[in-house]
Design a protein around this ligand. Structure first.
Ligand SMILES: O=c1ccn([C@@H]2O[C@H](COP(=O)(O)OP(=O)(O)O[C@H]3O[C@H](CO)[C@@H](O)[C@H](O)[C@H]3O)[C@@H](O)[C@H]2O)c(=O)[nH]1
Ligand SMILES: [Mn+2]
Length: 730
């Protein structure tokens, strides 16, 4: 306080750390005992030996991986911001903020949804002359552009309305959904009507697949589409839809509006476009010409702003005079507005956002996860870390005031051309890094490995809400992209294992490895979910008997670990059924998404395949969403991923039934089997239980969301063949 310093944020250590550490140490002792058991009782005979070694390898892997997951649990912290101090001390020198919204496909990302995100970020509680919103459209779609034009008109009513009544959230559909329609005031009814009309104009255009002719001809922006050949082949389309410098660009109350820009960077078949990373880099350059905000907020097109104060929260970190200068970015968690109570696809990633990220924040800062993240422009553009770095918020006002709109558009267009990046550092040392399906994580890592820190900000009211996948295949495909990308990072020149030493703390490097090694987890999980069960069918014990003291460490580790995981999940706001669902999804991801990610990465390293960016759909047809709302798992498609999970689930049920039959037939009965193979019976039994929805989908359901019959037959034959070959041949 003395030298006029006002603290803008506070860091608090989480409670109960010591207790947790003692508990974790006890689990580790148990893990070591399990390993010793495997070494001590290695079977003599050739066949038994390999199976045993396989189990040992899986257990070594699980143990090692568990150690990694302890890193973020060792030192969790929480952050608190003081926004009143920010206003008190810095209101006059608030920096320009450029907001980038990315969209890539008008079919999967409906224009009406995209513009509601745009409207929500235009309505931040922030001086509008310092706010600029850029929409990057990788589909170069006239429909999205049309929707944005409509939104710019509606914004003139929407923004003053939001500010007058101080409403939350500021995405129009989300706001109206949260309001009961009988309690709307006069102005609300008027705004809602305006919104509905606009929405229906946009949706009609989308359904017809074209923009109304009278609008097309009256607004010159559309003339740019003359050069449009296909999504992959067109000039740069750039339009300053609202020019914030223009004194006439005001809302209905006469206040200035934020700048609004539409950009579809040039696309040519002969140039690789680098997906979202390419779009972001084009935005970085174009915006530097137009508004040049010092702070950049990046959101996905489905992630609307749910809290109009979030910019100020982020600035509390970046502008703090004592600690702010080493912070490169502020990451908010990804939250979703379409998740049901028990979250059947585990989309919330609850433990990651409530436990692991606060933990990583304690050892240097969270990963950059693509959306809901505030960056310093300098750093994102490649500024090297230096202890002496201080930002002068006051002096920097580069905003382009010289050129008129047309000149500005022409100049900026050049920066979004395909050839612009040739022989430059863009994608390497500057901007988002290229060549990885998780451009966000690798970019964050490369920033941190220079010495910069990041901060995790998780306020009570979620800052951003998006759309989570609503079918199993979408979830698995998304996780294939993520785990593949994360695994490639381990092999890349930014590898948290080999590089970054000295710059990033050990805890954070371990933290990165949790995600970067997702893909590798598949092998041990596959082994563990098949082998013990088929050996149960064969009648061969692979774990200690009930009478053996070695059973204790196994039981302790299993129960302690799962109890801790359940408690963590409940404390993070989940339900018991939600936790159970999450365990199922982990099993499916590990045995399908991660396996395919692993295989694809190996192929890619050999030069045999290329990783792509499969966009997640943000709309679902009505039938599917009805099932989603009832929390019924959606299969409904044929996919090799489904064949794998179905086959494994059937192997387990066959083994379990086979074991029961054998036990009953042989005189010794169930008790004997239980005594010799208790853990195998449990493991197999739990696998059967957790797969219950899958069996329903395979055999008992009749709706369209069930597994295709051909897939059910195929996996049944595969499962039967596996069981038979194990019990008779091997
Ligand atoms: O060629 C492309 C592909 C995607 N996108 C945009 O990228 C965003 C994320 O795509 P989505 O299909 O929603 O993927 P998610 O898995 O939900 O996205 C997470 O993971 C991605 C990395 O895999 C990050 O880029 C995202 O920010 C992060 O939210 C969307 O706004 C897309 O419009 C583009 O702009 N250009
Ligand atoms: Mn998404």
């Amino acid at each position: 306080m003395e030298s006029g310093y006002l603290q803008l944020f506070e860091t608090k250590e989480a409670k109960g750390r010591v207790v947790y550490r003692v508990f974790a140490a006890s689990i580790f002792v148990g893990i070591c005992l399990i390993w010793s058991y495997r070494v001590k009782f290695l079977p003599e005979d050739e066949g038994g030996r390999w199976v045993w070694l396989g189990l040992f390898a899986a257990e070594v892997w699980f143990g090692f991986y568990w150690v990694l997951t302890q890193a973020p649990r060792w030192n969790p912290i929480h952050r608190l911001t003081f926004k009143h101090n920010l206003s008190k001390r810095h209101e006059g020198e608030l920096p320009g903020v450029d907001i980038f919204v990315c969209t890539a496909d008008p079919d999967m990302e409906p224009p009406a949804m995209v513009i509601s995100t745009v409207l929500s970020v235009m309505a931040y509680d922030y001086p509008p002359e310092k706010l600029s919103v850029y929409l990057s459209d990788d589909a170069g779609s006239e429909l999205t552009y049309y929707a944005l034009m409509q939104a710019s008109q509606f914004a003139k009513h929407w923004i003053p309305f939001c500010k007058k009544f101080n409403i939350q959230p500021r995405s129009p559909p989300a706001y109206f959904d949260s309001q009961s329609s009988d309690h709307l005031g006069k102005e609300e009814v008027f705004i809602q009507k305006l919104y509905k009309e606009m929405e229906s104009r946009i949706n009609t255009a989308v359904e017809l697949g074209r923009v109304p002719e009278e609008i097309r001809s009256s607004s010159e922006g559309f003339s740019q589409w003359k050069s449009y050949v296909s999504r992959r082949d067109h000039d740069t389309f750039l339009q300053i839809v609202i020019d914030g410098r223009d004194p006439k660009a005001t809302d209905v109350e006469g206040s200035v509006l934020p700048t609004l820009v539409y950009l579809a960077r040039e696309k040519r078949p002969q140039y690789f476009h680098n997906f979202k990373a390419g779009a972001m880099n084009a935005l970085l350059r174009v915006s530097s010409q137009i508004s040049n905000g010092q702070i950049i907020l990046n959101v996905d097109c489905d992630m609307y702003s749910n809290n109009s104060d979030a910019i100020r929260d982020a600035l509390c970190f970046l502008m703090d005079e004592e600690k702010g200068h080493e912070i490169a970015y502020v990451q908010f968690p990804q939250k979703f507005n379409n998740v049901m109570k028990n979250d059947i696809y585990a989309s919330t990633l609850r433990v990651i956002s409530e436990v692991e990220f606060p933990g990583l924040d304690g050892s240097g800062g969270p990963l950059y996860i693509g959306t809901g993240c505030f960056h310093r422009r300098d750093v994102l553009c490649g500024k090297k870390y230096s202890k002496k770095y201080r930002n002068d918020w006051n002096s920097k006002n580069y905003r382009n005031f010289k050129d008129n709109v047309t000149e500005l558009e022409e100049k900026s267009k050049q920066l979004a051309n395909c050839s612009y990046e040739e022989n430059t550092q863009w994608g390497k040392e500057m901007g988002l890094r290229y060549g990885c399906p998780v451009e966000d994580v690798i970019t964050g890592l490369s920033i941190q490995s220079q010495g910069w820190k990041s901060v995790y900000c998780n306020p009570e009211r979620g800052a951003f809400l998006g759309v989570a996948p609503t079918s199993l295949i979408q979830t698995l495909v998304q996780h294939k992209r993520w785990s593949e990308g994360d695994f490639q990072i381990i092999l890349s020149r930014y590898s948290p294992v080999r590089c970054a030493r000295g710059k990033i703390s050990l805890g954070l490097r371990m933290g990165y490895c949790i995600y970067c090694l997702w893909a590798v987890n598949s092998l041990a999980t596959l082994y563990y979910s098949i082998i013990p069960s088929v050996y149960l069918l064969k009648g061969v014990p692979l774990f200690p008997q009930v009478s053996s003291p070695w059973l204790i460490p196994f039981t302790y580790v299993i129960f302690a670990k799962y109890a801790a995981s359940l408690v963590e999940f409940l404390l993070a706001g989940g339900t018991i059924l939600g936790w159970w669902n999450e365990q199922r999804i982990w099993l499916y991801k590990r045995t399908s998404s991660y396996l395919f990610a692993l295989i694809d990465t190996v192929l890619k390293t050999l030069g045999l395949s290329n990783s792509a960016f499969v966009i997640t759909a943000k709309v679902t047809d009505q039938e599917i969403s009805q099932r989603y709302e009832k929390e019924i798992m959606e299969f409904g498609a044929s996919s090799p991923m489904f064949t794998i999970i179905a086959t494994i689930s059937l192997v387990n049920v066959l083994c379990f039934l086979g074991m029961l039959k054998k036990a009953v037939e042989s005189g010794s009965g169930l008790v004997m089997t239980f005594q010799t193979m208790v853990l195998q019976v449990l493991l197999c039994g739990i696998l059967v239980l957790i797969n219950w929805p899958l069996y329903q989908g395979l055999f008992f359901r009749t709706d369209k969301g069930k597994m295709p019959t051909s897939l059910a037959i195929k996996s049944f034959i595969l499962a039967l063949a596996t069981c038979i070959s194990f019990s008779f041949l091997l």
